[in-house]
Write a protein that binds this ligand. Sequence first.
Ligand SMILES: *[C@@H]1O[C@H](CO)[C@@H](O)[C@H](O)[C@H]1NC(C)=O
Length: 200
Amino acid sequence: MDAKLLLLFVSSAVLALSSGVSVLTTKAPDVVTPDTNAVAPAYYDGVDLTTLSDDELNALVDAEDEILKGELDIKAYLNAVADKPRLHKRWVPLARAAFSVGRSLFRSFSRGRVSRSGSRLTRQYNRQGSYGDAVRDFNRLNPSGTRPITGNKNLQGITGTMGRHRVTVRNTSSNGRPTLEIRSPNTNGGSTVRKFRYNP
Ligand SMILES: *[C@@H]1O[C@H](CO)[C@@H](O)[C@H](O)[C@H]1NC(C)=O
């Protein structure tokens, strides 16, 4: 703490104390009761989500989106280069599109509101499009370890990973629309689920 800050701290403490004394002389002491409404904290990247307003939750996911865009930009580049090791140095078309995949995905969608379940935040994103568009966006991200989704004959899809993020594309979802989903566990608690919807 620097000297100026310390001075501020001390003077406000003195102020609080002097006003507190006058209050104490006129008012009965507070009865302390256990807070029955207390909720367990829900930590998300070190932030207790139970203390945030809806606007603050949205602002938090806006900030997380900026991180994700950058991570996808870098990971998509690395995955593309890993596929084509010999062309790495001189493959101009790849280089020109490099480090922009995450940003261009987000750019084509409008952001919806954030909802919270415990320490998990979910946000919907919307654009017009078909399952074909969703698969094209999935392929542009160039996830690793891709495999088709099996076990449900009423849906088709592909899943893969981009670092800590699981990316899944499905031809249908809870709202019936093709969806590109990115699930991201935080290293410091909580997780984010982003659902990119392709609407008629
Ligand atoms: C999704 O794909 C499955 C399997 O091919 C198909 O049976 C189903 O009708 C499709 N759903 C939609 C909404 O297109």
